[in-house]
Design a binder for this molecule. Structure first.
Ligand code: SAM
Length: 667
């Protein structure tokens, strides 16, 4: 008895007050409720540990700190009427009962509801009422409530619960579209019926199952324990040292051990080099260093990047000293401009321009775009080409592509209009254009193979982009797969154009180049260019991923928003990034495919969180927006770590004025 009482005191001091919960009433309530009375006999000895515990039926009693933290956030007053959804063991309801006038608690599992009721009665609480029902609908008969505590993770805030909040009432609820992890939010109802939302913390709760929650069965197998992820104990102590022993360290990116990396790449034909964010200087610089070595030492003649074909074609003209019409020198002018229009990429492009100089045109290394967002520029490029080589077909092309022209400012609206039948779709027109161009392949290519490749690629892009905008409305999986398949197809065409022994380096985000079958993308039915390359080229493909712990990144807050330099939050306690951070090194290269030490690879093969920052970075909802689950050693063949990284340097318009006419990034 005495033993539990002193454990309770210590729990409040060490786990709760020490972490910043300071409401005296909450601390007193936590000191009063006998937690040991709410857990099964088998785990009673652990009742005051800093963890959640099983309570039967696959459910858990929350970590004590989580209970105190959530209840403090509810700011409960002595006269309040409180609703709890997810009563579980009844423990949190007992703490609430110490603070409020009346507590109404709902539990969907009958066995647990019965137990909770019995325990609360035995502990002398007569101001708690238990209901065995679906709590997502609330408890209408007793509404409105001054405070609502939701003890399970919801996909969205249930409308019924919002409606049952009194004016000025507070609800604390874990919410997120990710079933594994949620954002803990506080919703406050204003006197005029408006709702204010505040994000409090990253958490991990069992799912809220019900009419306005997750569907039964959809999530039952994913039961995890409610706890504040931020306070999760650190990862295994031995794994970081195992990583360290098996990696090569570097202090600054320029000193990264690319020589041995290039040796391990061996005779791979396709090397895909990633990035954990689009806006990080170090990823660009190390990637450029690897690529220079592959070009200079291993005969790679293709650099293919996650950018649109016509933009990259302008860079290609510059680096290969081609005497070709250089349309309008406006490469990478579309959002997100900084992704490729930056000092780091410009330095590489300048190097390639010089490197190529002594070689015959056919032997020069080219620069290509794999992406498909340039529907209109590509259509214009096809027409421009045909005007030179076949004015009659140019006229037909103008007419056929004209089908898409009403939607130039918003191609997504075209997809919608075509799908709903409000506008005829242009599929036939763009497909016929591609077919006609290929029919005349011999004739055109004979005159100038390079220009034919450019035009044919633009025509392919128009055909795939037209489809992309139409299927976008069927969901993200179909459009994602189409986009990555287009990248793969484009890469193959470029490899073919460079001959049977050609070799390519691909630059794209980790999420495109890391094998999707080793990440949660596969559960969504998504594939990517990395996976397609592995399947097609086997050992002759090599995939290099990047990661970072913290620093700054160039990114926007929303689509089409301005570029900002944002602080990158230190990595998540349960992520791969945290493991690498714990090595204490500024930079590391860890071989994953050619690692002799199976232990490190085996240990890393347990699924963990991995961070991906794209064009947009939302640190405030980082867990939900930027982390996904992956198995690192299956995803990449090599992993490059930069502990603290910095934002890339964008090229501004002002800097571009006065650059030579042939300068690739000119306006
Ligand atoms: N507050 C509880 C305690 O201290 O023991 C812990 C709650 S446990 C983390 C989450 C509980 O929510 C589980 O017992 C689960 O059965 C319950 N639950 C999930 N969906 C529910 C719903 N729609 N209505 C009521 N209870 C639900």
């Amino acid at each position: 008895m005495v033993e539990f009482a002193s454990q309770r005191e210590r729990m409040v001091a060490d786990q709760i007050a020490a972490r910043g919960v300071c409401d005296k009433r909450v601390l007193k309530a936590m000191r009063t409720v006998r937690r040991e009375a709410f857990v099964p006999a088998a785990v009673r000895e652990l009742a005051y540990g800093d963890t959640p515990l099983p309570i039967g039926a696959g459910q858990t009693i929350s970590q004590p700190y989580v209970v105190a933290y959530m209840i403090e956030a509810l700011a409960i007053r002595p006269g309040d009427k409180v609703l709890e959804v997810g009563a579980g063991s009844g423990y949190a309801a007992a703490v609430l009962a110490e603070l409020a006038k009346e507590v109404f608690a709902i539990e969907r599992i009958t066995e647990l509801a019965d137990q909770a009721e019995a325990r609360l009665y035995a502990e002398g609480y007569n101001n708690v009422h238990i209901l065995n029902a679906d709590g997502t609908r609330g408890w209408e008969a007793h509404a409105p409530f001054d405070a609502i505590l939701v003890s399970a993770g919801a996909p969205i805030v249930p409308e019924s619960l919002k409606e049952q909040l009194a004016a000025g009432g507070r609800m604390v609820i874990p919410v997120g579209s990710n079933k594994r992890a949620q954002e803990l939010v506080r919703i406050t109802r204003g006197v005029s019926g408006t709702f204010e939302r505040e994000d409090l913390a990253d958490v991990r709760f069992v799912p809220l199952i019900g009419e306005q929650g997750w569907e039964v069965g959809e999530t039952d197998s994913e039961v995890t324990s409610p706890r504040l992820i931020r306070t999760t104990p650190a990862v295994s102590q031995t794994l970081p040292s195992l990583i360290l022993r098996n990696s090569q360290s570097f202090e600054v990116p320029e000193e990264a051990a690319v020589t041995s990396l290039v040796r391990r790449i061996g005779d791979a034909r396709v090397v895909l080099v990633g990035e954990a964010s689009h806006g990080t200087s170090e990823f660009h610089r190390i990637r450029a260093a690897i690529t220079r070595r592959l070009i200079a030492d291993k005969g790679f003649t293709i650099v293919a990047i996650e950018a649109d074909w016509p933009d990259a074609a302008q860079i290609d003209h510059y680096v290969r000293h081609q005497d070709l019409p250089a349309s309008d020198w406006s490469a990478f002018a579309r959002f997100p401009t900084w992704m490729w229009r930056n000092v780091e990429v410009r330095d590489f492009v300048d190097w390639l321009h010089e490197y190529n100089r002594p070689f015959a045109v056919a032997r020069r290394t080219g620069f290509y775009g794999l992406d498909l967002y340039s529907l209109y520029n590509s259509a214009r490029a096809v027409i421009g080409y045909l005007e030179d080589v076949d004015p009659d077909l140019a006229e037909i092309a103008r007419w056929r592509y004209g089908c898409l022209s009403p939607w130039e400012t918003d191609p997504a609206a075209y997809g919608h209009a075509a799908l709903t039948g409000a506008y005829r779709d242009c599929e036939q027109d763009v497909a016929m254009m591609l077919r006609d161009l290929y029919r005349k392949r011999q004739e055109y290519a004979h005159a100038d193979g390079e220009r034919f490749l450019d035009a044919a690629q633009n025509a392919l892009l128009v055909a795939n982009a037209e489809r992309y905008y139409r299927i976008m409305y069927y969901g993200s999986r179909a459009s994602w797969n189409l986009r990555d398949s287009h990248m793969f197809e484009t890469l193959n065409r470029v490899l073919d154009a460079h001959g049977p022994d050609s070799k390519a380096v691909v630059w794209a985000h980790n999420s495109h180049i890391g094998d999707a079958s080793a990440t949660e993308m596969s559960a969504r039915g998504e594939h990517n260019i990395g996976q397609l390359c592995r399947r097609a080229f086997g050992e002759q493909s090599c995939c290099i991923g990047f990661g970072t712990d913290r620093g700054t990144v160039a990114a926007a807050s929303s689509w089409d928003g301005p570029m900002e330099i944002k602080e990158v939050r230190p990595s998540h306690a349960q992520s791969y990034e945290r493991l690498f951070h714990l090595t204490g090194r500024a930079g590391l290269i860890l071989p994953l495919r050619h690692n002799q030490n199976l232990e490190v690879v085996g240990e890393l093969a347990q699924p963990r969180l991995e961070r991906a920052i794209g064009v947009i970075y939302r640190p405030e909802t980082e867990l939900e927006s930027h982390y996904f689950e992956a198995i690192l050693p299956r995803q990449f063949d090599e992993y490059i770590w930069v502990d603290e990284s910095s934002a890339l340097t964008p090229l501004t318009t002002a800097e571009l004025h006065g650059v030579p006419d042939t300068y690739p990034f000119g306006l």
